[in-house]
Design a protein around this ligand. Sequence first.
Ligand code: SF4
Ligand code: SF4
Length: 75
Amino acid sequence: MARIRGAIVVDAERCKGCGVCTVSCSQQVIILGKEVNSKGYYFAEAAFPGKCTGCANCGIICPDGAIKVYRVKEE
Ligand code: SF4
Ligand code: SF4
């Protein structure tokens, strides 16, 4: 049976590394990475993408609109 899972794409240049998205995710998918963007901010990344449910909390809460959330159908 098909199953829906989520996937996020972070726009690293828009991210200011505030960390709000990391605490908004009930699945602990997101972390602040070890690399910085051109402004010197550690940006968010999906460390455990397989756990994303596509709930969209992170995309809604990000003050900079840096996260796009997709829902993917898995067969
Ligand atoms: S909430 Fe937005 S700006 Fe803040 S760390 Fe997450 S992606 Fe970056
Ligand atoms: S869509 Fe939901 S589960 Fe996926 S990373 Fe964002 S807050 Fe976490």
